[in-house]
Design a protein around this ligand. Structure first.
Ligand code: PGA
Length: 254
């Protein structure tokens, strides 16, 4: 049985004051949820604060991206061993905003994934299709290629040590959530593709992301291959994020 993982991607939001307020609400709210994992992904400058505020709560801290190179002349990048140094355990790679706004290719995303694994960071590989790609029937081709690039470049052992987040681009920040059936179909495809690359596919957690809210979370978590959520907007509100965590806990014990 895969342990649910609920991850909050704070994106480029917040300030020191809001980070402290959110973390103090989460500290109180997560106690008692011992059968699932909670991860928060703050803007990089707040990572040390969040690691300190999360101490003793079981909340893990991750980065929203990770450098593809070791230390060196890569202005603006943050190396995986630096993330380890400040207490990060996870990093997103290939979020669709990175792919679309900053032109990150499947190959660059795979290099970031490999760099994270070299330093023991758990990469959360984000995959997903645009609305145009879905309408053209290309969802599986796009998502499959995003996974294959990591398997080929980082290796199947590295892939099996990561987490995958299926985030249809058309559902991110739009208020339109994929239906549980739409999400489950792609999650099942992802799990099968992971199994082709590695025998450990059943252990890899596959999260759903895209406008997850407390009211939509329960029916998503009831699906066989949905192991949690990568939450954007709703992770900035403690009550909403804790509500999603509670839905995951209910689904686990159902
Ligand atoms: P959203 O973002 O929940 O605001 O749609 C999800 C994400 O981008 O990870």
């Amino acid at each position: 049985m895969r342990r649910p993982l609920i991850a909050g991607n704070w994106k480029m939001h917040g300030s020191r004051a809001t980070v402290h307020a959110l973390m103090s609400a989460l500290r109180d709210g997560v106690s008692g949820f011992d059968a699932l994992d909670v991860l928060v992904l703050p803007p990089a400058v707040y990572i040390p604060d969040v690691v300190r505020l999360a101490d003793g709560t079981g909340i893990a801290t991750g980065a929203q991206n990770v450098g593809d190179q070791e230390q060196g002349a890569c202005t603006g990048e943050i190396a995986a061993d630096m993330l380890v140094d400040v207490g990060c355990t996870h990093a997103l790679v290939g979020h669709s905003e990175r792919r679309a706004l900053y032109h990150e290719t499947d190959a660059l995303v795979a290099a970031r994934f490999a760099a994270a694994r070299r330093h023991g960071i758990t990469p959360v590989l984000c995959v997903g299709e645009t609305l145009e790609q879905r309408e053209r029937g290309e969802t599986e081709a796009v998502v499959g290629a995003q996974i294959d690039a990591v398997a080929e470049q980082a290796g199947k052992e590295a892939l099996a040590a990561g987490v995958v987040a299926y985030e249809p681009v058309w559902a991110i920040g739009t208020g339109v959530t994929a239906t549980p059936e739409q999400a489950q179909a792609v999650h099942a495809f992802i799990r099968a593709r992971l199994a082709e690359h590695s025998g450990h596919a059943t252990d890899v957690r596959v999260l759903y992301g895209g406008s997850v809210k407390p009211r939509s979370a329960g029916e998503l978590f009831a699906m066989a291959d949905i192991d949690g959520a990568l939450v954007g907007g709703a992770s900035l509100k403690a009550d909403d994020f804790l509500g999603i965590i509670a839905r995951a806990d209910e689904a686990r014990s159902a």
